[in-house]
Write a protein that binds this ligand. Structure first.
Ligand SMILES: *Cc1c(COP(=O)(O)O)cnc(C)c1O
Length: 391
């Protein structure tokens, strides 16, 4: 019995969704990603059902296409924004400043000023210098401090180290925020993107609880909000629990730590909302073997690390791949089309693609709606950025 040579479509999409995407994709020049907005709608509803008490701030960097932003705007989402460029995009669609938070802890003073002038009053921070900038450029605003969390080992795309500070520093910053005339509003964390270990939220919330209690007892500061970040799962080859299980567990952690009267809760989903709405379509450019006796083939395709698949770095995210060919599979290395030897997507983890796969065949990359278009290079080797279509 050989391994399945293709990903199983129905593990990732309903038949009708996949057929709709595949039909739309027919005849279009590869590579491109097709995003099915109905699927985003579905995942948004699922999230709201799982976290009915939370406010959703969509992490715009996951996919900032106007079709996505418009849908989420109309569903009542708020927006977690990291730059003035994202701010422009979101505000161009009529979203007002009260639905936006500036979630990047690394920002220029003049950009803070721009956000403030546009009506944004909620800012993340994790350092004194940034906090002092905010106090000057955005007086009186609400501040939440991002703390460091564990969970790097169990997140497929970790976001720790670079952002956040230790608990003690977080408390110092909240006190300083008050002294600078800002509103010390809450605490945030991000347990790492595609976090497979639900317990990561438990440990993060335990830290938040300590901060809430000590700020109140020692400094008379009553914090109001917990921002639990993103990290919720999308569906890739490495399986995770379903979102429902995450929601139930996190709900339990919250009530254990904070009782019946929860503070204001914010979540910032990116990947979990958008990934599974996308299918990236590429074409096989070349299939070769490195010697006449080599046990595996190299499959080169017209999409790669520089045209949307950067999350294959260190093979962190294993996108399911499906082809129209069926039959026995054989292990393959999968690589992109550019003249950079870093442009190999999967070499350690070999994909058992069908032996009948041929040059010119299409490869369908599942769960590629998030962090693909935004990570695509402008013109490396002259290849254009990844095209995207929304249906
Ligand atoms: C990227 C990012 C998110 C989204 O994370 P996902 O794992 O994609 O859900 C949320 N919050 C912040 C601050 C981020 O930088």
């Amino acid at each position: 019995m050989t391994e399945l040579s293709n990903a199983r479509i129905t593990d990732y999409y309903t038949e009708s969704t996949f057929n709709r995407i595949r039909q739309f994709a027919e005849g279009k020049e590869t590579p491109f990603v097709v995003i099915d907005t109905a699927t985003i709608d579905y995942h948004y509803n699922e999230l709201v059902e799982g976290f009915p008490y939370a406010q959703v701030y969509y992490a715009v960097k996951a996919n900032p296409a106007p079709q996505v932003l418009t849908l989420l705007r109309d569903k009542g989402a708020n927006f977690d924004i990291a730059s003035v460029y994202e701010l422009e995009k979101v505000m161009a669609l009529g979203v007002t400043g009260d639905r936006i938070s500036f979630g990047n802890t690394i920002k220029k003073a003049k950009d803070v000023r721009t956000f403030y002038e546009k009506g944004v009053r909620m800012f993340a921070t994790d350092s004194e210098a940034d906090l002092r900038n905010i106090a000057k450029a955005a007086p009186g605003s609400k501040i939440y401090v991002r703390i460091l969390t564990e969970g790097t080992q169990t997140a497929d795309w970790p976001l720790s180290r670079k952002f956040g500070c230790q608990q003690d520093m977080a408390m110092d910053l909240l006190i300083l925020a008050r002294d600078l005339g800002l509103v010390p509003y809450g605490v945030s964390f991000h347990v790492g993107s595609q976090q497979r270990e639900i317990g990561a939220w438990d440990s993060a919330l335990a830290k938040v609880k300590v901060i809430f209690e000590r700020m109140k007892e020692e400094d008379g500061i009553e914090l109001k909000m917990i921002n639990m970040g993103g990290g919720f799962p999308a569906n890739y080859i490495t399986r995770t629990n379903e979102l429902k299980v995450y929601a139930e567990e996190i709900n339990r952690f919250l009530h254990e730590d904070f009782g019946d009267e929860l503070p204001e809760i914010i979540i910032e989903p990116g990947r979990s909302l958008i990934s599974n709405a996308g299918v990236l379509v590429s074409e096989v450019v070349l299939i070769s073997r490195k010697s006449s006796t080599a046990m595996h083939r190299w499959v080169y395709t017209d999409v790669g690390k520089f045209s949307g698949l950067i999350e294959t770095l260190d093979e962190a995210i294993k996108f399911p791949v499906w082809t129209e060919k069926v039959g026995e599979g054989e292990d393959c290395v999968i690589a992109g089309p550019t003249c950079d030897s870093a442009d190999i997507m999967y070499e350690d983890h070999k994909y058992p693609l069908p032996l009948s796969l041929a040059i010119g065949d299409r490869m369908y990359w599942f769960s590629t709606g998030a962090y693909t278009t935004t990570y695509s290079a402008v013109e490396f080797n002259g290849f254009p950025p990844l095209k995207d279509y929304y249906i």
